[in-house]
Design a protein. Structure first.
Length: 207
């Protein structure tokens, strides 16, 4: 599974007590505290079992991945992520202009789309008023055809990034601009939630 900041991988959590015991025994060996032959043998056995268990967990996880041809080459991805990408590909064509808000900078790469702004992402809670004005100006100068929009409630932002400035999370100016200039055409579900695919209201958006 992808490693998420603040969240330990599942296999690490499952075998954490074993890892801690191994770490304790390694410390004792390192500082010269006596460990008899029996305990040393048990130590080696535990190390082997933990290694096999970890490899087995990763092997099972790998079985959940399937090969997929994308616009930028072949990849292996979970089925739900492949379906998510396919949902975006139905709308955004190669070479189209796109703004992904506030996250998912990888969308530009996998969709072979062009971001007309300076910002690959806009982190809620960290962007300044000047950042908002700049991105709005760039969107007005070259309005992208497509918008991938995901709504992040403040409590979700603070749960992952507790150091965020609550006053900067809403980014009201950018949100107001996007909703005034784009209309939803589809909802695409992903493994972590869903995004709105929105199309420009402009009669002549940037291709």
């Amino acid at each position: 599974m992808p490693f998420i900041a603040g969240k330990e991988p599942d296999d690490f959590v499952a075998y954490k007590p074993v890892y801690e015991r191994i770490q304790d025994w390694i410390f004792k060996l390192d500082v010269g505290i006596g460990i008899g032959p029996f305990r040393l043998g048990m130590f080696c056995l535990v190390v082997l079992l933990a290694s096999f268990a970890s490899l087995a967990t990763k092997g099972i996880a790998a079985m959940e991945y399937e090969p997929r041809e994308t616009r930028v080459g072949d990849v292996r991805a979970p089925v739900d992520e492949s379906e998510f990408l396919a949902g975006l590909e139905r709308w955004v064509q190669p070479g189209d202009s796109l703004f992904s808000y506030p996250y998912m900078p990888s969308a530009y790469y996998f969709l072979d789309a062009r971001n007309p702004t300076y910002y690959p992402l806009m982190q809620p809670g960290m962007m300044t008023a000047e950042d908002q004005r700049r991105v709005i100006g760039e969107l007005e100068a070259a309005p992208p055809r497509w918008l991938i929009y995901e709504d992040y409630p403040p409590e979700a932002v603070l749960a992952f990034w507790p150091g965020s400035d609550p006053a900067r999370i809403p980014m009201a100016e950018v949100n107001a601009y996007l909703h005034a200039h784009y209309h939803p055409v589809d909802t695409v579900a992903g493994p972590w939630g869903h995004v709105e695919v929105m199309k420009s209201n402009s009669p002549a958006p940037v291709p």
